[in-house]
Design a protein around this ligand. Structure first.
Ligand code: ATP
Ligand code: MG
Length: 449
């Protein structure tokens, strides 16, 4: 409310303008493609501003990842300037202007929210196609830090909502009445957690307060939109902090209710999920490829693993049948909240279904598994499981050795010896390994006992 009060009773607001010499947003930090769009619009007589995450990130001292532009030009006018612009019309028409691999998102200033906007019974805005000016656009944005505009005409930064001060104080504050703004668009709750963690900002108390209470509003959001948000929030460098934040505010339970319920029953599984998220975060930090299939395999695994055991024990299902049924059920239920596109759910289920095959070390089976196109992802998954008590660490080491050597280890013990040898023989010529090791009767030695 304090926030609303700050603007109450003033019909026309004078923004604060910070001249170029008093802020760090420089053209050197803006991508050439974004600059081309800004100059192109300006030269055609339109207002054009860099806005949103890019301005915020530069002011907060981090490198921006994408560049959003707001303009007075209407979509058809944008197309006259950029003939190849693609108009994307979902909630609001957005133009995508492409330069090589880079896509710049350009939106026309939005009009003020009024009572004439169509809402559902929870307050969510349904139709939204009124154009406006810079001022109305600023107050339509979510957080004050996201409502700072870099003016290409004189390189000043324009601030209507106190965003600059908030960035300096490192607080993330919703513009306007928080409850109203979350009701308009509940996805802002997810954005609050994600952006605060990304910037290491605190959520301003009034911005944080309604979240736990309003978390159930996420059920009103189309599952496909939530998929996009889940990827942004859990497939990034701050994935673990985001996961903890989502859980603390009760948001995770809305996105993945079955996983949350399993984690409450088996808190030890939390370590597994966090480890998987951290694994993905580290791969991103190292510029290695990541896929939602692996992320989702981990997110849904707690309930799949629980159900897998149950279906065998209670219904006597064969392990393969139990796993595939547990997987199908998990996917069907999860998709009620957050869509998982087929192109990811199929490889995800393969990752699960390969897990029992890691136990089979006899005959030709390991060779066939090693040649499976999904072997590597499934093996990474096995390693994660073994690190968190969900699989035998000796088994994971067997498969590590199996990939390293020309011949397969004969047993789990043999794999341990190989691992020890390669650790001590660093730099020394490879020793010929023993034909047979001590045998302890692991899964790979059915003749034992
Ligand atoms: P990042 O790109 O780092 O994920 P961002 O804030 O730029 O963060 P985008 O999704 O690119 O996020 O959105 C660009 C801008 O559009 C935001 O900074 C904000 O001003 C506005 N915006 C995005 N989503 C919303 C929303 N749900 N409600 C209001 N404004 C929004
Ligand atoms: Mg952005």
């Amino acid at each position: 409310m304090a926030n609303l009060f700050r603007f109450a009773g003033r019909s026309r607001l004078e923004p604060r303008r910070i001249p170029r010499e008093d802020h760090p947003v420089s053209r050197k930090l803006i991508s050439p493609a974004a600059l081309k769009v800004l100059y192109g619009l300006r030269d055609a007589g339109h207002e054009a501003y860099l806005v949103g995450g890019a301005v915020r990130d530069i002011l907060a001292g981090i490198e921006p990842k994408d560049f959003d532009i707001a303009t007075s030009a209407h979509p058809e006018e944008m197309r006259r300037v950029f003939r190849t612009a693609r108009l994307i019309g979902r909630r609001f028409v957005i133009a995508h202007v492409r330069f090589g691999a880079e896509i710049i998102e350009v939106t026309t200033f939005r009009g003020a929210i009024t009572d004439s906007h169509e809402r559902d019974e929870t307050g969510r805005i349904l139709s939204d196609n009124q154009y406006g000016n810079l001022e109305s656009d600023a107050f339509r944005r979510d957080f004050t830090a996201n409502a700072l505009y870099y003016d290409i005409r004189d390189y000043s930064v324009v601030d209507y909502t106190g965003g600059l001060e908030d960035v300096q104080d490192r607080v993330l504050r919703l513009i306007g009445d928080p409850e109203l703004r979350y009701r308009e668009d509940p996805v802002r709750m997810l954005r609050a957690v994600r952006i605060a963690n990304k910037l290491r900002f605190e959520l301003e108390p009034a911005t944080a307060e309604p979240v736990a209470r309003l978390a159930p509003l996420l059920r009103e959001i189309p599952p496909a939109r939530l998929f996009d948000e889940v990827i942004k929030i859990l497939m990034c460098r701050d994935a673990v902090a985001n996961f903890r934040g989502l859980r603390a505010y009760g948001l995770f339970a809305q996105l993945f209710p079955d996983t949350e319920a399993t984690l409450v029953r088996y808190p030890a599984m939390t370590g597994f999920v966090e480890r998987a998220l951290d694994n993905t975060a580290q791969r991103i930090a190292n510029d290695q490829p990541v896929t939602p299939a692996f992320l989702y395999a981990a997110l849904l695994w707690p309930m799949v693993a629980e159900r897998f055991v149950r279906l065998q024990a209670e219904q006597g299902l064969h392990p393969n049948a139990a796993l595939s049924q547990a997987g199908d059920e998990a996917v069907a239920r999860a998709c009620l909240r957050v869509t998982l596109p087929k192109r990811f759910s199929m490889p995800m289920q393969e990752i699960w279904e390969l897990q029992p095959r890691f136990d089979q070390l006899q005959g030709n089976k390991p060779k066939r598994l090693l040649a499976h196109p999904r072997f590597r992802a499934a093996y990474d998954f096995l390693v994660l499981r073994s690190e968190t008590g969900d699989a035998d660490p000796a088994l994971a080491r067997w498969w590590t050795a199996a990939q390293a050597g020309a011949t397969l280890p004969e047993s789990l013990d043999d794999a341990e010896d190989l691992a020890a040898e390669s650790a001590t023989a660093e730099g020394a010529p490879k020793k010929r390994r023993r034909r047979s090791g001590r045998r302890r009767g692991g899964a790979g030695t059915p003749a034992d006992g």
